[in-house]
Structure formats: structure tokens, C-alpha cells
Design a protein around this ligand. Structure first.
Ligand code: PHE
Length: 350
């Protein structure tokens, strides 16, 4: 063996020893990484020694290369073992800082909005009675929102609802009643649908907001009578407000129903007495009744506009405001509470 090979091999041996002697220097994974770069990096010590390989005789190169590979393997094994030791120690330290006796932190649970809760409950009751769910757009054309519902242009009934216009013939729907039209245009009787959703009116004060929620109901078949309407709505409000709720139908007017009625229920606060603890009930103002919905028998003109035979079919429709029901159910006095989204208010419905 000539001197060049000898010193090459010795150099590699001392590299391995050097690395072995540095164990104490690697106290953290970061320091160990630095050591790995120092020895095995692209410009590290091993790479430098390998650079000398070119100076050996061709016959000696295989022996030199073999040794270099052995040393590389040896250093890698060493560093890997230290790494395993160190990472175990580090996770041990992290665990010792973890105190399993500390009280847990309760995750912050959200809650459904009261309008959503009431909407869901109303839909559950009505689907339980056999109504199917229908959905449609909040941006509606004039024909669906008014004309087909027996509200022609210039009809004074358009003043009942302060309409928000998108363009001359396009409105933000002022009620869910256009869903009656959309449902009937889609299919033939018999049909029983409900359509919940947002509606818009140019109105804003203590008891009105520009957007609120309604749910519409429509049932069409042969021989549907006012008695069916009464029976259905009585069952509905009793499921919603309790079996002892009294129901009263008052004559009213809507262009799309004839006859029309408004439905009152016995006051949810005073139970119909009109007073509570010796003073006038603040919910029903002493009358014992609160208004809950509008309804009636579908006007034959509405059937005509969707191509139903008004001689063959009759039907009833009803519509109610969700916020109003939520106020009565939860005893909320101010409509604006629903829209301010104060967390302290919303949390109470969790
Ligand atoms: N659309 C009416 C309103 O918004 C409610 C209603 C619906 C009345 C269906 C009768 C029948 O006031």
C-alpha cells in the first residue's frame, strides 16, 4: 500500500472518530442537524475527503471508495441513533410540562338563531300534517308577486305592501305568496305545499324590519272547504303553542283569497284573561287574543291565472310571519333583537 492510499484511509478513519467524539455537542435536534451538515453536507468533511479520491492511483481507487462508503455509513448510523435519543428526550420534556390535572377548556358551542329554530319547528309540524316543502327566489317578477295573485297594476292592494323594486317589473318578493303561483304552475292538483323564506318590504320601525321571514301554505284538491282550513290551522297552532290554545277566525281581506280571514290565538302570556298580576297584559293589550296569521280560500281568479279549473278545484292558503311567532313563543318584546345578533341574546337559545 502506498503512502497516498494509506493517508487517505487514515483521514477517513479519523473523520469517523472525530464525529463519534462530538456526541456531547449535540444537545438538541437543531444542534444535531448542524453536526450532520458539518460531516455529511454537500461541502462537509466527508465530501472534502472524497475530493482526495481523485489523487489515488487507478488501482487504489476501489479500495478508497469502499472505505469512504463505510465511513459514511458509520457516521449516518451514529447520527441517526443520536437523533432518536434526542427526539425521545424532547417529547418527554414536552410531556412533563403538560399538566393533566388542569381543568379542561369547554369548546365554544354556537346555537341556532331563534328565527331558524321557529322556522324548523313550524316546518316540522306542517310536514307532519302532509305538506311538502317548496323553495323559490327572493327576487321575483311582478306577475308572480302581484298580478297572478289577483293584484293587477293600479290595484289599491299594492299599497298594503311597500314594495322594494329592482326594476320596473322585478321586485324583492313582498310575501311568500308568489310560491303559490310557482307551485301551481309546476303541477296539477292535488297539492299541499309549504314555502318558507325571506320577504322584503320598505318598512322600518319598532315592529317592522325591511327583511323578515314568512311561511306560506297552500292546499288544492276537489272539495276543499273552509272547514278543512279551520281544522288544519287549529291543529297547527295547537302543536305550536300547546293543546289548550284557543283559536278565533276573524273576517279579513286579501286579494288572492275569498273569503279571507285572520287567525287569532288566545294570548300566550295571559292565557286569554287580558290581565296578569292585576295589570293589563302587555302582549295582548288586554284583549286576550293575539293575531298569528292570514288565510283564506284560494280566489278563483288565482286558479285562472295558473290554468287550474276553478269549477273542479278549491283550495286554501295561509301565510304567517316567523319573527312574530318567535316573539310570542319566547316572549321577546323587540323585533330588532333578531337582527342585531348580540351574542348575549343568541346564547340563550343554545
Ligand atoms: N301574503 C299575505 C301577507 O303577506 C298572507 C297570506 C297568505 C294571506 C296566504 C292569505 C293567504 O300578508
Amino acid at each position: 500500500m502506498n503512502d497516498a492510499l494509506k493517508s487517505f484511509l487514515e483521514g477517513l478513519d479519523s473523520l469517523a472518530q472525530d464525529c463519534e467524539s462530538r456526541k456531547g455537542q449535540a444537545c438538541s435536534l437543531k444542534e444535531l442537524d448542524e453536526l450532520r451538515i458539518e460531516f455529511l453536507g454537500r461541502k462537509g468533511k466527508l465530501a472534502q475527503s472524497m475530493g482526495q479520491l481523485g489523487r489515488l492511483d487507478a488501482t487504489e481507487k476501489p479500495a478508497g471508495g469502499k472505505k469512504a462508503n463505510e465511513v459514511k455509513q458509520c457516521i449516518t448510523t451514529l447520527l441517526d441513533a443520536w437523533q432518536a435519543e434526542l427526539s425521545q428526550a424532547e417529547s418527554g420534556r414536552a410531556l412533563s410540562r403538560f399538566d393533566p390535572t388542569m381543568p379542561g377548556r369547554r369548546p365554544w358551542a354556537g346555537s341556532l338563531h331563534p328565527v331558524t329554530l321557529v322556522m324548523d319547528e313550524i316546518c316540522d309540524v306542517l310536514t307532519g300534517l302532509g305538506f311538502e316543502h317548496a323553495a323559490g327566489p327572493e327576487v321575483e317578477n311582478d306577475w308572480n308577486n302581484f298580478e297572478a295573485l289577483n293584484i293587477p297594476p293600479e290595484h289599491p292592494a299594492r299599497d298594503m305592501q311597500d314594495t322594494l323594486y329592482v326594476s320596473e317589473r322585478i321586485v324583492l318578493r313582498t310575501h311568500t305568496s308568489p310560491m303559490q303561483i310557482r307551485s301551481m304552475l309546476k303541477r296539477q292538483p292535488p297539492l299541499a305545499v309549504i314555502a318558507p323564506g325571506k320577504v322584503y318590504r320598505r318598512d322600518s320601525d319598532l315592529t317592522h324590519t325591511p327583511m323578515f321571514h314568512q311561511i306560506e301554505g297552500l292546499l288544492v284538491d276537489h272539495n276543499v272547504s273552509m272547514g278543512d282550513l279551520r281544522g288544519t290551522l287549529t291543529a297547527f297552532v295547537r302543536q305550536l303553542f300547546g293543546a289548550r290554545t284557543e283559536v278565533r277566525f276573524r273576517p279579513s281581506f286579501f286579494p288572492f283569497t275569498e273569503p279571507s280571514a285572520e287567525v287569532d290565538i288566545s294570548c300566550v302570556l295571559c292565557g286569554g284573561a287580558g290581565s296578569r298580576d292585576g295589570s293589563t297584559c302587555r302582549v295582548c293589550k288586554g284583549t286576550g287574543w293575539v293575531e298569528i296569521l292570514g288565510c283564506g280560500m284560494v280566489d278563483p281568479n288565482v286558479f285562472r291565472s295558473v290554468g287550474y279549473d276553478a269549477e273542479l278545484y278549491t283550495g286554501f292558503a295561509f301565510g304567517l310571519g316567523i319573527e312574530r311567532v318567535a316573539m310570542l313563543k319566547y316572549g321577546i318584546g323587540d323585533l330588532r333583537m333578531f337582527f342585531e345578533n348580540d351574542v348575549r341574546f343568541l346564547e340563550q337559545f343554545a
